[in-house]
Design a protein around this ligand. Structure first.
Ligand code: CP
Length: 327
């Protein structure tokens, strides 16, 4: 991942007064702002009675979901979050849009801006695309990164932090193992930033050598290629999907071999601390990085993560569109 992509995202997302202008990355986002967003998510959970009571914080606002890659969780939860806050939502369908006739990304964005919208929620396979859009906007709309390449997935990092905060008291004593395809994982990158912001000191990254990132990228984490060693006494295991669409097939072991060495089975989970919490951002490859038994077991927070995603996205939308005063 190129450092200039990260640098651009960091500087673009805050205005001159340090207020959130776009949400592009958690890297460099002030700790107080991250905590405020998590607190806001909890407030909105209560105010909306767990999502069942509609709110009108974003009445009259329009949010456009602009997903150039498939998504179930992120797209649906942004849609629900915006609607539960009273906004109108357009789920822009790339497959039947004029992008298929060759319309460029920026022409597409400027066309949508001309119809008036307040926010673009952007997912794209190329790292840096949300920041690129933010840089070229002609209106005061906000850009929310819903996952770009292997760069960042900031709302996933926030929802994982929110989920853990509901279960953990002392983050400074926590031992977190993140295992899987770290090299291609925007979730791993955003999770590390979120965990650091909460005060987690012991973060272990585990992957086969060919799926580990460049050492400079995660200088403050311990890196393992032995999953049993990484899992030893861990309190949290975050499992990551093997991203076959981003990997050259020659570089990965067979699925059976991968599960043998890097899959979280019930037996392997016993190496972790007895109450170890199990997380996965989804979608899962059952029997590859995690067994069905563990995914559906009592230590799994996977569906809680999904539920919390709606409240985190409500919080981010509220912060950007209802609280800014500028838009
Ligand atoms: N975690 C996540 O981003 O899932 P989706 O690809 O389904 O949005």
């Amino acid at each position: 991942m190129e450092s200039d992509i990260q640098g651009r995202a960091e500087t673009q997302q805050l205005d001159a007064h340090g207020r959130l202008r776009h949400l592009l990355t958690l890297d460099g986002l002030p700790h107080d702002l991250i905590v405020r967003l998590l607190d806001r998510a909890e407030e909105l959970r209560s105010a909306s009675r767990g999502g069942t009571r509609p709110l009108d914080l974003l009445a009259g606002r329009t949010v456009i979901n602009l997903f150039f890659e498939p998504s179930t969780r992120t797209r649906t939860s942004f849609d629900l979050a915006a609607k539960r806050l009273g906004a109108q939502v357009i789920n822009f369908d790339i497959a039947i849009s004029s992008t298929t006739k060759g319309e460029s990304l920026l022409d597409t964005v400027h066309t949508l801006e001309a119809m008036h919208c307040d926010a673009f929620v952007v997912r794209h396979k190329e790292s840096g695309t949300p920041a690129y859009i933010a840089q070229h906007l002609r209106s005061p709309a906000a850009v929310l990164n819903a996952g770009d390449g292997n760069h960042a997935h900031p709302t996933q990092g926030l929802l994982d932090a929110l989920t853990l905060r509901r279960h953990v008291r002392d983050f400074s004593a926590l031992r977190v193992a993140i295992c899987g395809d770290i090299r291609h994982s925007r979730v791993a990158r955003s999770d590390v930033h979120a965990l650091r912001a909460l005060g987690v000191r012991d973060i272990r990254l585990c992957a086969p050598a060919q799926l580990l990132p460049e050492p400079v990228e995660f200088a403050n984490c311990r890196v393992f290629d032995d999953f049993d060693a990484a899992l030893e006494n861990a309190n949290v295991a975050i499992m990551l999907r093997l991203q076959k669409e981003r990997i050259e097939t020659a570089a990965i072991p067979s699925q059976a071999e991968y599960f043998q060495r890097y899959g979280l089975s019930s037996q392997r989970l016993q190496r972790a601390a007895p109450d170890c919490l199990v997380m996965h951002p989804g979608p899962m490859n059952r029997g590859v990085e995690i067994s069905g038994e563990v995914a559906d077991g009592p230590q799994s927070l996977i569906l809680e993560q999904v539920s919390n995603g709606v409240f985190v996205r409500m919080a981010v939308l509220a912060q950007l569109l209802a609280d800014s005063g500028a838009r």
